[in-house]
Design a protein around this ligand. Structure first.
Ligand SMILES: Nc1ncnc2c1ncn2[C@@H]1O[C@H](COP(=O)(O)OP(=O)(O)OP(=O)(O)O)[C@@H](O)[C@H]1O
Length: 251
């Protein structure tokens, strides 16, 4: 298996105590890695380190190494290119106040694409992949902010896909979405993993179980357990707290 991302000795704090401590993790190409764990265990912080969004916080200190295809992602001053390679979908939809069409084509246009036919192709492709095309194809010039919460979240996914990311990070993507839409997106993610690596933070254990190839359990900024879903969800855990968490006994 090819190591797409290697995290070595990652330690993060926001000025006070460490929220991630000396964390080591390999993420394989084309896998879905689910990350579970109780609140405040450092799951979102870990994701934000992967595409350097953590740097938006002036108090964040990041130590250790993260390699993408064997190259340190922190070595370049400019992280714009990295954020195209590692896309992020946040827990709540962040629609830009513009049309549906402009939302999805924003990134390619910013990257210099001017060919209208190509932009139209990217838009339809990304909206289809995000399971949104059928619902919006007749209102592409309408305001994105008028979409429902679930539709806006799928638009956020379409926007992330418009960068053609190699890695897609999703932070509790279904928090504001109804179960039917969630299942639609889960089916989409199963398809997408053929083309990219997916790292997904979720508070829904059944979702990690359904979607993950492997699942990592985090607690207090460390990985307690990491294994294939087959092992982890069939009692083969290294730490009994993982089993307790899976069974809903704490969290
Ligand atoms: N921007 C920030 N500034 C200061 N502290 C932060 C910041 N973001 C997170 N933290 C702190 O870091 C710790 C880990 O938070 P993080 O959001 O990474 O955990 P989490 O496991 O994703 O939690 P949840 O499931 O509740 O989202 C928490 O104690 C939180 O208060």
């Amino acid at each position: 298996m090819i190591k797409k991302i290697q995290i070595k000795g990652l330690t993060v704090n926001y000025g006070q105590q460490d929220v991630i401590s000396d964390l080591n993790l390999d993420i394989y190409q084309n896998e879905v890695l689910a990350i579970i764990g109780p609140a405040n265990s450092g799951k979102s912080s870990l994701l934000r380190c992967l595409n350097r969004m953590v740097e938006f916080n002036p108090h964040a200190n990041v130590k250790g190494e993260i390699l993408l295809d064997n190259e340190n992602i922190y070595q370049d001053e400019d992280s714009t290119f990295l954020r195209r390679r590692i896309g992020m979908v946040s827990p709540l939809p962040v629609g830009l106040p513009m049309s549906i069409k402009d939302n999805v084509t924003y990134a390619p246009r910013m990257a210099g694409c001017k060919d209208q036919a190509e932009l139209d192709y990217i838009m339809e492709d990304c909206l289809r992949k995000a399971a949104l095309w059928d619902e919006v194809k007749d209102r592409l010039d309408g305001l994105a902010t008028k979409l429902s919460g679930g539709q806006q979240q799928r638009l956020t996914i379409a926007r992330a896909l418009s960068h053609h990311p190699e890695v897609l990070c999703l932070d509790e993507f279904s928090i504001a979405i109804d179960p039917v839409t969630t299942m639609k997106i889960e089916a989409v993610l199963q398809e997408l993993k053929k083309q990219m690596t997916i790292v997904m933070v979720t508070n829904v254990i059944s979702q990690a179980r359904r979607l993950g190839d492997r699942t990592a359990m985090m607690l207090h900024g460390k990985i307690l357990d990491l294994d294939t879903n087959e092992n982890l969800f069939n009692g083969k855990v290294k730490d009994s707290r993982t089993q307790d968490y899976i069974e809903g006994l704490f969290g």
